[in-house]
Ligand binder design. Structure first.
Ligand SMILES: [Zn+2]
Ligand SMILES: [Zn+2]
Length: 237
């Protein structure tokens, strides 16, 4: 009897998906793990793309080289440790409600994005990513939250050109990845007149190939002159 009770408690009481602690779980994480993500503030972040700068400085090497087609970027936390676990759970274990972490996060992201003054929010269409079992697209769900919090319209400016059977993550080389992205995305045919600055929202910034392609397509549309990027996480190697 006592054994059964213990078993039941172990099953029911939520654990931190990252460190397995059982104390005060929110968005699947304990307070310590949650704090790491919602208060990510390294001493030096690139003023243009938010990337952590090791050592000192105001702009990262990538932005100095200036090859990106988007104008600026920002992310909430690095795609590693707690951040990686959280995103895996959101995407592959249908924990969509944990995207609410964005609302409880430090207001830094809202201030940065608010200062950019975008006119509208757009998302990356699905099937570039894994097929969702519930049929949702994390990028779109995130875009809706960001748009609501910044009081901006959320528009379907990027479309899917073709449905790809093979998952992007299954592609081998960066060149192959670029090729898949090139064939997959489609820019808008018409853009509402008042829109010149678009904020693209996505879950993870990996190489930046997707958002760069999206930025290029958006800027080819009449009226759009500026593209910013916000992702929940970024691969920071
Ligand atoms: Zn934890
Ligand atoms: Zn940078």
């Amino acid at each position: 009897m006592r054994y059964n009770h213990l078993m039941l408690e172990l099953i029911i009481k939520p654990r931190c998906v990252h460190c397995k602690s059982q104390k005060d779980i929110r968005f699947g994480l304990c307070p310590d793990c949650l704090e790491e993500l919602t208060n990510y503030s390294p001493p030096f972040r690139c003023r243009n793309c938010g990337l952590t700068i090791r050592g000192e400085g105001t702009i990262c090497q990538r932005c100095l080289e200036g090859t990106d087609l988007f104008d600026q970027a920002f992310f909430l936390f690095p795609y590693e440790k707690e951040g990686r676990t959280l995103i895996h759970n959101i995407k592959f274990r249908d924990r969509l409600e944990w995207l609410g972490i964005l609302k409880s996060a430090d207001i830094a992201w809202r201030l940065v994005l608010g200062n950019w003054h975008p006119d509208a929010v757009a998302w990356i269409p699905s099937s570039l990513h894994t097929k969702w079992s519930r049929g949702y697209n994390v990028s779109r769900e995130l875009a809706l939250i960001v748009a609501e919090m910044l009081d901006l319209p959320c528009l379907p400016l990027l479309k899917r050109a073709k449905l790809f059977k093979r998952r992007l993550s299954a592609t081998g080389t960066p060149g192959e990845r670029k090729q898949v992205i090139r064939q997959f995305l489609k820019g808008p045919e018409v853009v509402p007149e008042a829109i010149s600055h678009v904020l693209i929202v996505d879950d993870v910034f990996t190489t930046g190939a997707t958002v760069n392609r999206a930025a290029k397509l958006l800027k080819q549309a009449i009226g759009i002159t500026k593209v910013s990027v916000f992702t929940l996480a970024r691969v920071c190697e």
